[in-house]
Design a protein around this ligand. Sequence first.
Ligand code: F6R
Length: 364
Amino acid sequence: DKGNHRHFMEKEIHEQPEVISHTLAHYLDFTQGTSKPLDLPFNFADIDRLAVSACGTAYLAGLVGKYWFERHARLPVDIDVASEFRYREMPISRKSAAFFVSQSGETADTLASLRYCRKEGVPIGAIVNVRESTMARESDVVMPTLAGPEIGVASTKAFTCQLSVLAALTIRAASQRGTITAEEEKALVRSLSETPRYAAQVLKLDKQIEKVSRELASYKHVLYLGRDTNFPLAMEGALKLKEISYIHAEGYAAGELKHGPIALIDENMPVIVIAPHDRIFEKTVSNMQEVAARGGKIILITDQKGAAQATVKTLETIVLPDVPEFIAPIIYALPIQMLAYFTAVFMGTDVDQPRNLAKSVTVE
Ligand code: F6R
């Protein structure tokens, strides 16, 4: 049932404040300001590497997780798309754990990667949305996303719930490894507790995002740029746009612009820049200047401070609430989903059932 929404995808985008809240409450104790003890078959302090493997959008959630685990828990993360991982015969040390991220819990390549790690004898955790899935059954610990059934083929609420689980696990890992103080743990938990409220605020930008999408629908190619955790988000934005609107899109690390994609920039190639005002905001501003100097049209997704300090002409600036850096990837996921959604609606495509795609890819 779509309720009063035109598509399941729209409904699922709007469910995010609620399902993120449910998911976080499963992992975090908001009154104590701590991560809840999980039934993990290992202690994060006893491992020196984490292998993460997944496909598509779930892979991009894992990639954000890598930035988080490495930054806050000082835990090195190897992340691969599962179709590569399963065949690349990676040596896995005994002091590793392996996490698999999947909405369906049935994706063939991810499951094969899980079985590879099982043979290697490392503890296995599955971050899945379907509790009774094959991956859930075959793992040592199930870390559920509580997104509820996701019907739209393009993943939206499952993605932000995967991010929520990975963020909570990062706090757990950092706490067990002693890389954050109790005060810092409280601050991270507090910032996560605010995500549902910020997400609800972002949903109210739908009129502006719909207007930009009308414009976007007239182009053949779109480039997405971001740095740090916004780099995986740039790839997620491009993935979402191409799969439902069929417009060619690519996501790049903003610093890679000069190493190739800048050759594509002209007035026919809009560039979507995902850049909250953070430690490296100035670097992204210079990338935008490079784009503007070549006639590229910029759609900037940022916050108040970023909008004030971006000394560059944009086609449109979408201003999100100022949010703590830790939770920015969860909040910034929403406008890129909304952009893809409205653009697809303007293109007249089958938003919930895009051509050639299946919700669950159970064959290789
Ligand atoms: C993109 C999308 C796909 C899936 C991928 C993995 O919107 O939905 O890229 O993320 O097929 O599926 P799961 O998460 O079920 O393993």
